[in-house]
Design a protein around this ligand. Structure first.
Ligand SMILES: [Zn+2]
Length: 213
């Protein structure tokens, strides 16, 4: 889909890493906007792209896309039917796992609620080897959102809640000197975060992103 860095290339990138679709055992949906869940099923036949994967979705997100509230955002209209079809295919296969609050997938991977963009939006914190990466979905659409959390994309369901979530994740990233990855960032879709001399959250200019490309 337009606007997504490297859109349409996920299977090829996974294959380049030696990962076949059947090898994938967990998928975390940051949210269910149509440009983030297209690979749940194959468009040509409707089967699951990753047949052995458990798909983790916040229960507030499932409720949102199952009701009428989703149509209050113009951007969503016209996409609810395909999103629901994808979700239904996963559920019918017994592969849907819904959860509330935080979800710990392993000692190194934790899913945090970051609502606002959508009611059940979540972010994934990966902490390993003394480093932290935060996969923030659409909590941020551009690296500038780290230092300007009040700059709003027009598609946020609850702008005030979105700002609070953005501030919270930016502070977490700064305290851990983490990188934030978000799929709408320009390639390489990653930004480093730390605190400046006055303690303010700032993006790291010249952060080494080679390993993240
Ligand atoms: Zn979105």
């Amino acid at each position: 889909m337009e606007g997504m860095a490297g859109a349409g290339e996920m299977p090829a990138w996974l294959a380049a890493l030696g990962i076949e679709p059947g090898d994938v055992d967990r998928i975390v949906q940051t949210h269910l906007h149509s440009d983030h869940c297209g690979w749940l099923i194959k468009d040509d036949e409707g089967g699951l792209t990753f047949p052995n994967a458990t798909v983790h979705v916040n229960e507030r997100e499932v409720a949102y896309w199952s009701g009428d509230e989703v149509d209050a955002i113009a951007f969503n209209r016209g996409t609810t039917a395909p999103v629901r079809a994808r979700l239904r295919a996963v559920a019918d296969a017994g592969r849907l796992h819904t959860f509330d609050g935080e979800l710990e997938l392993s000692e190194e991977i934790t899913v945090l609620p970051t609502p606002g963009h959508t009611p059940g939006h979540v972010s994934v914190v990966v902490a390993s080897g003394g480093e932290t990466a935060i996969l923030a979905g659409d909590l941020l659409h551009h690296p500038v959102h780290v230092e300007h959390p009040h700059w709003l994309p027009s598609v946020d369901h609850d702008p005030a809640e979105s700002v609070r979530s953005r501030e919270r994740i930016a502070a977490l990233a700064a305290d851990r000197k983490a990188v934030i990855l978000a799929p709408h960032f320009p390639i390489p879709t990653v930004v480093g975060v730390d605190r400046g001399p006055g303690g303010q959250v700032r993006t790291v200019v010249g952060h080494d992103t080679e390993d993240a490309t």
